[in-house]
Design a protein around this ligand. Sequence first.
Ligand code: ADP
Ligand code: MG
Length: 273
Amino acid sequence: MATRVLAVANQKGGVGKTTTVINLSACLAELGKTVLVIDLDPQANATSGLGLPRQHDTSLYRVLLRERSLEGLIQETVVEGVHIIPSELDLAGAEIDVARMEGYLHCLNMAMAPLLRSASYDFIIIDCPPSLGILTMNALTAAQGLLLPIQCEYYALEGLSVITHIMQQLREGRANPDIEIEGIVMTMYDARTRLAADVVSEVRSHFGERVYNTVIPRNVRLSEAPSFGKPVIMYDSNCTGSTAYRELAKEVVERTERPLVVAEAEEPAETEQ
Ligand SMILES: Nc1ncnc2c1ncn2[C@@H]1O[C@H](COP(=O)(O)OP(=O)(O)O)[C@@H](O)[C@H]1O
Ligand SMILES: [Mg+2]
């Protein structure tokens, strides 16, 4: 099977990107898939959440500057079947240095090429920083699909036209002609509030089938697990967060096997521009 490359991005912070990267990856591995997580956020929360200590000179920084190969940086995590390229604070500086490179949008894409040719992984999942800077742009250029977490709160849709517009530009500028929204995952759903239900139906009315059926509940276990350096299924296997991410992993696999066919006209966030 060819590798499926997904960028988990949303320029808003705190919407559940990293939580989704850690737990989706672990649940995909539980289904027998092999996963490489690429931590592109200088905050390195996916790195620590998958049990890796702080390290030095192990991030993608010099890979993006084409000074070393990406394969040499791959490390194991606490989860069997999930490998990672860790992040560290030095990646923050990469924004500026990468911007000076020729073909700066393609730095990650080019670095990943040998790995894609060997199809070593079923999934490569990229955790993006909470911005639409050079690092996120590199992820969107390298990915086949955007996995977009949206928090169930007021203004959930606000700002989404910015990211869909960027994707349109990447397609039209030929930087990444095939980039699509792979799927939208609604996070931190609070079943006790009317607001959460309203937000989910609003997002569904805009994005239709692209929204996964699985909704991730607000669950304290999900926020506790990272401080133990574990995905939630290794921390409390039966909590609602574990169940939800297991269901999401199944949907992600299904969608890889049977991609959605959605007409352009059904993407109102783009046409709103
Ligand atoms: N479903 C959830 N239930 C409870 N807490 C969550 C949930 N998803 C994320 N969190 C917590 O919310 C905060 C932000 O989540 P995070 O995944 O780091 O967002 P992002 O990567 O988008 O900035 C973290 O403290 C995380 O533990
Ligand atoms: Mg994050």
